[in-house]
Write a protein that binds this ligand. Structure first.
Ligand SMILES: Cc1cc2nc3c(=O)[nH]c(=O)nc-3n(C[C@H](O)[C@H](O)[C@H](O)COP(=O)(O)OP(=O)(O)OC[C@H]3O[C@@H](n4cnc5c(N)ncnc54)[C@H](O)[C@@H]3O)c2cc1C
Ligand SMILES: C[S@@+](CC[C@H](N)C(=O)[O-])C[C@H]1O[C@@H](n2cnc3c(N)ncnc32)[C@H](O)[C@@H]1O
Length: 648
């Protein structure tokens, strides 16, 4: 993805590609307010909201963010202070922050709101970027994607739509019948819609999609515009009923989480920010004693060339994690996060392939044609690249900061959970004597390599992979490496006289002691990549940890399926009956999992936690439904059922 090209005409942005303006050159602000805010009757609807409700606006064409900024300002002034607005906006050609700044200069009265937006505005990377504004009262979901891809892969319940593409004659793909059908699919009952155009085919397309359409007076000198309402939402037939998520309304905002590592603590933080109380049960005396106890690790994404869903999850997860870490670090006095970027060395051709395949912007990954590192690295054909939004962190420090950020909303209980059970809608975590440790309607399994230790979830394919990191004393030559480096291993830059390098990868190995063999392996990797730069450690020093991994090497995030019901309801699946003939999935109400973050937990855990929290409180997800399904624990059952391997 790259930023939209903008031409400036009297301080007004113009798109040479679409040959159209972003907003009306006369009274842009007034027109936006008139068309979108007034004609969706937002203020009166917001004021009629009852406690606990949220409001969802979706927009086709974020552009310069004018509609968003006006809506956020109106929300700040007119909505109940505890209510949350989800603003989902789709944009295929993101406008650069510099251009948005230039637009903002037209409206000094909006400067503060624009500034808040610009402070969290993401890089032009395909996928959804969620950012909290106005102290969490506004959740912006910026979906950088084509409108059809974005709406096809979502299951939203939108309350009000802003249709704000370029003129229908210039931007046909934003105004097609397919888009109108997808708008209906993603609408809640009673959804309203408005747009500045009165084009006949737009009116007819919306009517065909089920909307009741009216023509009303347009803004200023414009004769007409369109408003519409969806009074009769048609029932949808899911093509993957096994991933259909029933809306569950929990009575109390209380959860039990098992495991105080990155997965458990990020989940706790996501829930606490939504006003929940969390009981966090940890078997060790301190938090982050297992995989998340390392002194250092890299925030880097996994970048698959062929698996687009995987690459999109990890790239948006990286940007989301960096954004969360910045916020945490900003409010903390202990330093645990180094947002300095990461150099990455790829074998010849690989970085270029990744960039071509996914269209990564150079703000996300930049190939450095000339760089000092080139003088040091052994493989002269390799590509040196730079990920500016990546960095390195102390996972233990992150966990401690998360604990502080949760404050009094989190109660830490140091006990070993040996089983879980549900009685009268309450999930209980039990000790070895069968006594309850903590209970709530919602229980989240986030206990790393122990994720499948409880009977109810023993079928989950989770195992552990041993890893060792090595501490290396900084030397005269090694301090020249001013940022973390990732190659087929990684090394952090000098901090307090040390580097950390890692990590080895050993399956079926439960040895918790450091080994010389693995330390030598790490040192030799470093030596091969950067000969003569690092001193060889004179003694064994480092840390051993066990990565929680699933058998498809992907995190497991979501509500737990009812295995017996799945096995019965979908037993015919391998015979090939149409998917729509199967009943909706049955999940275990209140039981969730956030686990198997493998070698990338710093990257994946923050976004996973948000996915889970959004599911629990019935908010729009912060990712596409494709990604949510990709992470779902039900995937393992579905694979077996499709192969006819799981028989009741
Ligand atoms: C050597 C090594 C290097 C790594 N390097 C990186 C890196 O550079 N970048 C990166 O992103 N990731 C890295 N990782 C991966 C990352 O550390 C993990 O993905 C992440 O820490 C997993 O977090 P978690 O919360 O799922 O698991 P854990 O941190 O293991 O947390 C699980 C918690 O649950 C507790 N628990 C378990 N069972 C019970 C029970 N029955 N009752 C109560 N409590 C229980 C445990 O004590 C533990 O505190 C590395 C991992 C290792 C091992
Ligand atoms: C008129 S502008 C939107 C103005 C915007 N709402 C504002 O407040 O500045 C239309 C936007 O639609 C985007 N767009 C055009 N075709 C698109 C598509 N197929 N999918 C998503 N966005 C698209 C354009 O890049 C452009 O930013």
């Amino acid at each position: 993805m790259k930023y939209a090209e903008i031409q400036w005409r009297d301080s007004q942005p113009f798109s040479p590609d679409y040959e159209d303006i972003y907003y009306s050159s006369t009274g842009g602000r007034e027109e936006s307010e008139y068309v979108f805010l007034q004609h969706n009757h937002l203020v009166s609807r917001w004021q009629a909201m009852v406690a606990g409700e949220h409001f969802v606006i979706a927009e086709t064409g974020f552009g310069t963010g004018l509609n968003f900024v006006l809506t956020m300002k109106a929300w700040a002034e007119q909505a109940r202070p505890e209510a949350v607005l989800h603003y989902i906006t789709i944009e295929k050609h993101p406008v650069s922050p510099e251009d948005i700044k230039r637009v903002a200069a037209n409206w000094p009265e909006l400067a503060e709101t624009y500034e808040e937006l610009l402070a969290v505005y993401p890089l032009p990377v395909e996928g959804e970027h969620c950012r909290a504004l106005l102290g969490g009262r506004v959740q912006l979901h910026l979906v950088f994607a084509d409108v059809i891809d974005a709406l096809e892969s979502r299951e939203l319940q939108v309350d009000a739509w802003y249709l704000d593409g370029f003129g229908p004659d210039k931007n046909a793909d934003l105004w097609s019948d397919q888009v109108f059908r997808l708008i209906e699919k993603n609408s809640g009952q009673g959804a309203t819609l408005s747009t500045y155009t009165a084009a006949g085919f737009v009116r007819r397309g919306l009517q065909a999609a089920g909307f009741e359409v009216s023509k009303v007076k347009g803004h200023g000198k414009k004769r007409e515009m369109i408003t519409a309402v969806l009074n009769h939402k048609r029932p949808m037939q899911s093509t993957a009923p096994w991933y259909e998520l029933e809306k569950i309304n929990y009575q109390h905002k209380q959860a039990v989480i098992i495991g105080a590592g990155l997965a458990g603590l990020t989940t706790a933080w996501s829930l606490v920010q939504r006003g929940w109380q969390v009981s966090l049960v940890e078997k060790h005396k301190n938090i982050a004693e297992e995989a998340s106890g390392n002194p250092a690790g890299l925030l880097m994404p996994r970048l698959s060339i062929d698996n687009k869903t995987d690459a999109q999850f990890y790239t948006t997860a990286l940007l989301y994690a960096a954004y969360c870490l910045d916020r945490l670090q900003h409010n903390d006095t202990e330093q645990f996060w180094f947002h300095e970027g990461v150099y990455s060395i790829f074998k010849a051709g690989k970085a270029e392939k990744l960039i071509n395949r996914h269209g990564y912007a150079k703000q996300f990954i930049d190939i450095l044609q000339q760089h000092d590192l080139k003088n040091y690295i052994e493989d002269k054909d390799a590509t040196v690249s730079f990920f500016p939004e990546a960095g390195w962190a102390s996972p233990k420090g992150i966990c401690e900061s998360l604990l502080r950020a949760c404050g009094a909303s989190l109660r830490l209980i140091n006990q070993n959970v040996t089983d879980i059970r549900q009685i009268d809608n309450q999930w209980q975590a039990l000790d070895e004597r069968g006594q309850g440790i903590a209970s709530a309607e919602v229980l989240i399994i986030a206990n790393g390599v122990g994720a499948n230790q409880f009977d109810t979830v023993s079928w989950l394919p989770v195992s552990s992979v041993r890893g060792q990191i090595t501490e290396i004393a900084a030397s005269k030559s090694s301090v020249a490496l001013n940022k973390a480096l990732s190659f087929d291993a990684y090394v952090t830059p000098e901090y307090k006289g040390k580097h950390y390098a890692g990590a080895t990868y050993r399956v079926n190995d439960d040895n918790a002691q450091l080994t010389q063999e693995e330390q030598d392996e790490t040192v030799s990797h470093l030596e091969q990549c950067l000969p003569g730069v690092f001193a060889t450690p004179t003694r064994l020093k480092g840390r051993v940890g066990f990565r929680p991994v699933s058998d498809d090497m992907t995190p497991i995030v979501g509500i737990m399926p009812d295995k017996e019901a799945f096995t019965e309801d979908y037993k015919e699946l391998h015979h090939g009956r149409p998917n729509t003939q199967y009943p909706s999935a049955k999940y275990l109400s209140g039981l969730y999992i956030n686990a198997a973050h493998g070698s990338r937990g710093i990257c994946s855990s923050f976004l996973s936690a948000e996915i889970l929290a959004a599911m629990i409180v019935n908010e729009p997800l912060p990712v596409s439904k494709n990604i949510a399904d990709y992470l779902s624990p039900a995937r393992f059952l579905m694979r077996k059922l499709k192969r006819g391997e799981l028989l009741s």
